[in-house]
Each structure stands twice: as structure tokens, then as C-alpha cells.
Design a protein around this ligand. Sequence first.
Ligand code: ZN
Length: 186
Amino acid sequence: MTTVMTHAALGLTLGQALRPARCGPRYWLACALLPVLPDADVIGLPLGIAYGDLLGHRGLSHSLAFAAVLGLATALSMRWREGRGWPETRHLAMLFILLVASHGPMDMLTNGGLGIALLSPFDAGRYFWDWRPILVSPIGLKNFLTPWGWAVIKTELFWFGPPIALLLAATAIRRRIARKTCPASQ
Ligand SMILES: [Zn+2]
């Protein structure tokens, strides 16, 4: 897998770039957690669920179908809790689906483990990109606090750091221009 920090950083960056008019702590928490949640499937390993099973690591939870269900459910839950209208809910649903869906293609850049069941449950295939520059992250904190974990952080900073910084800068510039053009906008 790619590390939790990188998935969360991308989620917060996309959340900033595509944020709706109203965004409180619940919104930012969703942006940080949604791209990370597919990796909650590792709890199945000590419970005896095999890595390659449908519910195993990088299985159904890493699919586009799971992203659609989780993203939509989160947006509907925020609509219900915060009294948001349908246009805002639709915006949140598309963003949240994108955030969860970002996880699988990022993991497909890693150089180890089994591939990603991106099209599960319709296709049991496990996929990688042809180009895989990201060192696969070890599973578990104990394994992460090793030279291997440090090497993973370095490769992720190298490959994901610049695009994330660029997207943040482009968002800031776009907002600055929008404020100058229309002072009431964000
Ligand atoms: Zn993963």
C-alpha cells in the first residue's frame, strides 16, 4: 500500500481544491479519512481472511464500486446531519467518491504485494500500472518504523510531493483571482 499519510494528504488537497461553500470539521475529517479507509481491510489478516480473497487486503475495499457506495453514503449522511440541499449533496457525493476512488490507482503504483481489485466484485482480477515507482509500504506500525518505512516516505515525498504542492498552489492562485474578480466569492 501507499502510506496513510500520503492518501490523507491527497484527500485534504482535493478537498481544498473542490471544497463546497460550507465546510466544517466534519467535512475536513471526511476528506482526510475517506482516502485512507480502504486500508482498513488489513484487520482481516489476523482474522484469517487471506490477502487474495474478495475481502482480503487490496480486494473489494479498493474497488471503484466500494468508492461509489462509501462516497455516496458519506455525502447522504452529511446531508442528513447538516441539512444540506441536493446540489451541495451532489457536489459532496462526487468529491467523496473521487477521494475513496483515488486509493486504488495510487496503490497500483507500488512495487510489491498483490495487485488491486479495482473492478471487484465484477472482476476478480488484481491490477498494477505498468509503471510502479512507489516502494510498497510495510503493513503494521512495528514494520513501518524501520529503514524500509523511511525509504517508503522518501519515495512518496519525491513522487507525490510535487503534484500535491502544485495542486495546492494552483488552488490558492485560482481563489485569489476569483476574490479579485468577485469579492463575494471564496
Ligand atoms: Zn491500499
